[in-house]
Design a protein around this ligand. Structure first.
Ligand SMILES: NC(=O)c1ccc[n+]([C@@H]2O[C@H](COP(=O)([O-])OP(=O)(O)OC[C@H]3O[C@@H](n4cnc5c(N)ncnc54)[C@H](OP(=O)(O)O)[C@@H]3O)[C@@H](O)[C@H]2O)c1
Length: 306
């Protein structure tokens, strides 16, 4: 983190779930107003949201970069919804690949952390129960995942740059229901029953936990590929049950009907049955284990009851 101005770090996608969580983590470690500093890391967050700058306006991004000379970039901006990518592959490539190419070029001499996804894997290894490692073979099943694989290849060229693949993130999206928990809550509040697979597995994590580790990784200045996800392998249906339990505590009386489905009866677009991630590499680097989703929810409930 030697280049750039006084530890200023760009957080792209700061109006989204994980980018906003990065700002919250920064805010809890520093004193607003002004740049928000991350605890003792000596880094200050500078959130970039779409209303301030469209990252596909490359000239504007160049000008801002020259003016601010950030010391690092947490690149959280993306077209992150798979259906939106599927409906507009060219737009998805622009947002996810070309924006990343441009930022990685600007950030040639500084650390950049690029957010990728567990969906780079097809989740179909024979006899597997997930546990994908960083060097396992990728096989994207969707346009969204293809754009991430393509962007990863660009980011990998610079040894200062890091790729972080994460799984389902739990939290609060400033721009409205975006996180899986928010989508479930919106469905239940609208009186709908939610269908979730009992045989599709992920390793959910709170966005704040992801964000804390993104800052810590950036501060190490280490490049490479890292998996960052919850330590529990949970089915979509189990994840839904945890979210429902949690929601009913804050909204007593809310009906949270869940129906168990199976991939065996599903005939839509291809889905990855088990993309759970082995996070040993990042755990060892940061010296901190990954949180279990259910334990994290329970700890949060205890803290808010105090
Ligand atoms: N959340 C998860 O569960 C999850 C799981 C795996 C990987 N990831 C990855 O983690 C990263 C962050 O995800 P997220 O859930 O925080 O996504 P998100 O909530 O959709 O936030 C992404 C943000 O980026 C902004 N953005 C996109 N293109 C932009 C552009 N050209 N200029 C300026 N801003 C732009 C979006 O603005 P608009 O809303 O205006 O487009 C949005 O505010 C993404 O790379 C995503 O693929 C997320």
């Amino acid at each position: 983190m030697s280049e750039g101005r006084s530890g200023l770090v760009w957080v792209t996608g700061a109006g989204g779930l994980i980018g906003n969580a990065c700002l919250e983590v920064a805010a809890s470690g520093g004193a607003p107003p002004g740049p928000r500093c991350v605890g003792d890391l000596g880094l200050c967050a500078r959130g970039l949201t779409r209303p301030e700058i469209d990252l596909t306006d490359f000239d504007a991004v160049d000008r801002l970069f020259a003016a601010e000379r950030p010391a690092g970039i947490l690149h959280c901006a993306a077209r992150s919804r798979s259906p939106a990518c599927q409906a507009d592959p060219a737009g998805a490539r622009l947002q996810n690949v070309e924006v990343t190419r441009h930022l990685a070029g600007l950030a040639e001499a500084i650390p950049l952390v690029f957010l990728s996804t567990d969906l780079v894997f097809d989740g179909r290894r024979d006899g597997s129960t997930g546990g994908y490692r960083e060097d396992d073979v990728v096989n994207p099943l969707s346009v969204y995942a293809e754009t991430k694989v393509e962007a990863e290849a660009l980011v990998r060229r610079n040894p200062r740059h890091a790729i972080v693949r994460t799984s389902l993130n739990f939290g609060r999206s400033p721009a409205g229901p975006g996180a899986f928990n928010e989508e479930l809550a919106a469905a239940w509040r609208a009186g709908r029953t939610v269908d979730l697979f009992v045989d599709e597995f992920r390793c959910p994590i709170a966005a704040l936990e992801t964000a804390r580790r993104l800052w810590a990784l950036l501060a190490t200045g280490r490049g490479g590929v890292f998996h960052l996800a919850g330590s529990e392998r949970l089915s979509r249906h189990d994840i839904g049950r945890h979210v429902a339990d949690d929601l009913r505590r804050s909204e007593p009386g809310l009906a949270t009907p869940l129906r168990a489905g199976s991939l065996k009866d599903y005939s839509g677009a291809p889905r990855a049955p088990d993309t759970t991630l082995d996070c040993t590499h990042l755990t060892a680097l940061l010296g901190e284990s990954m949180p279990s989703f259910s334990a994290w929810l329970a700890a949060r409930r205890r803290a808010s009851a105090r």
